[in-house]
Ligand binder design. Sequence first.
Ligand code: C2E
Ligand code: CA
Ligand code: CA
Ligand code: CA
Length: 275
Amino acid sequence: AKASGRKDCRFYNEELGAEYHKSGQLRLDLKSALKNDQLRLCYQPIISLSGQKIIAFEALLRWEHPTLGQIAPDEFIPLMEQADLINPIGKWVILEACRQASKWPDDIRISVNISAIQLKEKGFSSQILQALAAYQLKPGRLELEITETVLIDNVQEARKTLKNLQNMGVRIALDDFGTGYSSLSYLRSFAFNNIKIDQSFIRDAGSSEGTGSIIAAVIGLGKALNFDTVAEGVENAEQLEFLKSQGCDQVQGFFLSKPVAPDEIYNVIAELSGD
Ligand code: C2E
Ligand code: CA
Ligand code: CA
Ligand code: CA
């Protein structure tokens, strides 16, 4: 059932038919999802707190399954990785995100999630550069969001690829910061442009003094090490106020806007810009 309005682009059915999943049918369906035009990107704004303006949209993948309805990425991205589909689908995501972004005001960036497998693919950098060229986007309009798992194995190679892209002007963000095992060492070994503080921290910020202090410390680290901090999963005014008071650079979350379909982008820009 549609639990929420059409506009917000969330999934309509949260639980997958477990049997469907087990039977392997879902994996087969996923193989043809791209060809059958069942994949979509929706976009969630990232807002700068100093300028009170949208500085980026994050592209979030959606699968509109013909019988199961919209399936959550946490369900099908692991499937994509197991079924060797992450590279072709990931490539489509990059192209589609750049295509959409080329229609936006040029001070708004596009942020794309990249899985570890994609980064290991030969020719990943040129894939990125081709997408930018195809839609005449400046490299600085694109940000790649990676998680620590990207850096865990093959650190050297991953770092080289990312550094190479960054030297060409593409921005690199560390996603889900704080959820991995050795976050701090990654900050030392790579100059990320943005650090995205995981939403689990933002959720607890008000109720746990310790969590609030950790957020404040990460923001302080950002000032010292010269990266911007983005708070993910901001759901209420108290969290927003706390983040403002601590000098957090950017925020993202349902309190500001849910992810929206591409044709809603201009409405979101109109709503959130200005004052
Ligand atoms: P993520 O990169 O951490 O993306 C943020 C997730 O938090 C999104 O879930 C977004 O809808 C959700 N979110 C945003 N604001 C709030 C909030 O205020 N409260 C709560 N509770 N949630 C919020 P989504 O779209 O289900 O994506 C889940 C994950 O799937 C993403 O987490 C990302 O890791 C992965 N993903 C999504 N699209 C892609 C893609 O194109 N490629 C790859 N490799 N992974 C993707
Ligand atoms: Ca992300
Ligand atoms: Ca995240
Ligand atoms: Ca996540």
